[in-house]
Design a protein around this ligand. Sequence first.
Ligand code: NAD
Ligand code: UDP
Length: 319
Amino acid sequence: MKKRILVTGGGGFLGSHLCETLVGQEHDVLCLDNFFTGDKQNIYHLMGNPRFELIRHDVTFPVYLEVDQIYNLACPASPIHYQRDPVQTTKTSVHGAINMLGLAKRVKAQILQASTSEVYGDPEVHPQVEEYWGNVNPIGIRSCYDEGKRCAETLFFDYHRQNQVRIKVIRIFNTYGPRMHPNDGRVVSNFIVQALRGKDITIFGDGNQTRSFCYVDDLIRGMIAMMNTPDSVIGPINLGNPAETTILEAAQLIIELTGAKSKLVSRPLPQDDPVRRRPCIDRAKAVLSWEPRVPFRDGLQKTIAYFDDYLTRHPHVEA
Ligand code: NAD
Ligand code: UDP
């Protein structure tokens, strides 16, 4: 059935893919973004579509709309961006959650929160299961993001218990793909841009830290599946690819796939950088019948093709 769907952060990497899929499913999509990290180019192709509407707005301020579903994605996601204005990052997560939950309560909409594997911090439990409460530094440079997202989860569950708001919470693990910001410092986009420009590949620390990378199409499929579960399913549910890789292995694969001559160079490991990260996705498998389908190598090839084209059109962009 056709719905009116609000996507906050709809001009960003994940948000633009979500808007595109929802418009393709013939829903009416309201894309709300203040373009702090998003880019209108991500959604240019949707702008002429009568089912798509763009609202320039900051989620830290209330907004009055009539919608059936809300996907709350507004928040800078890469460490460079969320650390640029850490107070605004926390406000976006916390005030943004309050405003969107208030809206969901008023119009009785379903609301999905794009939470993160960062709620587990530097995890002592591996792989990360949803029952794990995490190991988060409350006063470090990543805290504005981690604690902001943790507080948003608290607000979601309290609005659910107190006001019966129809919540869904997903915890997203590292996701990559076309339309990642070329300068946002995340590892996949950084390495690809460095390789395509023939620059050194910057390995933070010894490169033995691990991440588990999920291709964007898989993630969006899981996100929409979660939104459309019965009201009794509230989460949290991990969404990510359990295939774990070291940062060094990721660099080597990107060098192989781009054919780059780049050297690996060592840089200091940022403070509080998690050592290991891999989702347990048993819950997503059981509840959503979801699991990733795109192997890292295939997803990287699509992402490299995207950046190859992007960098040709933007000759001054470097990582
Ligand atoms: P992104 O930076 O590309 O997108 C975030 C979007 O939110 C941008 O368009 C930005 O302009 C917008 N935004 C930021 N502050 C806002 C505000 N105050 N009001 C309105 N809009 C605002 O990042 P992304 O990778 O697409 O991440 C989307 C969501 O998913 C974020 O909430 C992020 O925390 C979450 N997430 C992403 C990943 C990942 O690997 N990509 C992992 C875990 C969680
Ligand atoms: N990283 C790296 N070189 C870079 C960018 C990132 O070695 O140029 C490392 C970073 O230290 C971290 C991992 O890659 O261990 C993933 O970093 P990203 O910022 O993509 O995501 P997050 O740390 O939030 O998972």
